[in-house]
Design a protein around this ligand. Sequence first.
Ligand SMILES: Cc1cc2nc3c(=O)[nH]c(=O)nc-3n(C[C@H](O)[C@H](O)[C@H](O)COP(=O)(O)OP(=O)(O)OC[C@H]3O[C@@H](n4cnc5c(N)ncnc54)[C@H](O)[C@@H]3O)c2cc1C
Length: 417
Amino acid sequence: MSAPIAEPNRETALRQLHRFIARAGTRYAKSRNFDFGPDRRANVSMLSPYLRHRLLLEEEVLRTALQRHSLGAASKFVQEVFWRSYYKGWLEQRPAVWADYRRSLAGMLNDLESCADVRKRYERAVAGNTGLDCFDAWANELQSTGYLHNHARMWFASIWVFTLELPWQLGADFFYRHLLDGDPASNTLSWRWVSGLHTPGKTYLATAANIAKFTDNRFHPEGLATHAPAPKMPDVYPLEHLPASQSLEASERFGLFITEEDCFPESILGTDAPAAIMGAVATRMRSPLPISDFAEKFANGAVSDALERSSRIFAVNGELTDSLDWGDTLLEWAKAHDLKTIATAHAPVGPVAELLAEAADKLAQHGIRLLQLRRPYDSLVWPHARRGFFKLKDQIPALIERLGNDPVPAAITKKAG
Ligand SMILES: Cc1cc2nc3c(=O)[nH]c(=O)nc-3n(C[C@H](O)[C@H](O)[C@H](O)COP(=O)(O)OP(=O)(O)OC[C@H]3O[C@@H](n4cnc5c(N)ncnc54)[C@H](O)[C@@H]3O)c2cc1C
């Protein structure tokens, strides 16, 4: 099995989008739940690694789908794209969920040292050595390709929690370390959803019949848990306000900082050209445990592609740092280029946001502003992600209307021309 995703760059992302989009209508609705195996993935888009690193934008995918299909015909595909935006917006407004996950994960990884029984079950699970053929195949597929079908992710998480009786946090970490699309919001909240923590009282139980049907009879597991008890008192997290979005002042001199959270930065800047450009990758911060080579390489490639593109468009040399001390690195870089402002795409809750927050404090002590520019799409959609997905789903026609029809953000067409 090899990685199914080709190159981590925008050109490949666009090619894949256009290759898939004819199938985003009723064909997708009928077949998307089938996991036919790693060599037969034409029923889903496989765009998630590109969307996750914003080599491709949700709004571009939605517009392209709706140029080809009616909203009725593409409704399932459109809703799936909005699930991503929903999870991003939801976590942004409940950052304590992420902080709690990170804290409890650290504790559980420590406890593995002393708790032989859990460690044994955990080691068998991640080695694909449980004796449950479907689960073992997915554990291997994840580690050798960096991708799993959505239904396989749901079955895997359900078996992890309810059959193997392992903590969801360890499973979320295993996914996050290996998925090319590994995302603090979609991953953490999906694991919480399976476990009955996102929609209180509602868990997800993987059944043998469902697995057999939707794997096209590749698997017929025996011995799966027959019930999935919901946690009695799930924690309640306060809803926080979204911070006001920041913007550059007209004709302001600034440096552009690119991270793996947004690899299409030239589309946020409009016609403003940066005086200097720097890129950085923080994939190593996904976990205290090692990150897969696939995931690191994909994020690295995505940032390098963004750096190369924006350097060309703005005719400014770009540099890539491998430092994780962004405070000192950005400070030196700002001094070298005489920058009082550094602009970066807004980083949603996760390791990049944490590194940026530390860097912003350091820079502020030296009179340098670190501006995080939020995309209008996020400002439009995230306020609808305060409760369950179905509140957001009701707003989809209105949100689509507000997005308009521009196929590509205007600034790019202007500059590239
Ligand atoms: C336990 C678990 C963990 C997950 N972890 C991640 C993760 O780390 N990163 C991630 O991007 N997705 C995650 N997902 C969601 C989903 O499985 C993937 O986005 C999807 O399988 C990607 O394949 P695709 O691009 O072919 O999807 P398609 O079916 O073609 O969907 C199109 C796009 O919609 C979005 N999308 C589709 N389904 C979902 C969903 N259920 N939730 C959120 N967005 C969705 C993705 O961006 C996807 O690229 C997880 C789901 C589960 C159950």
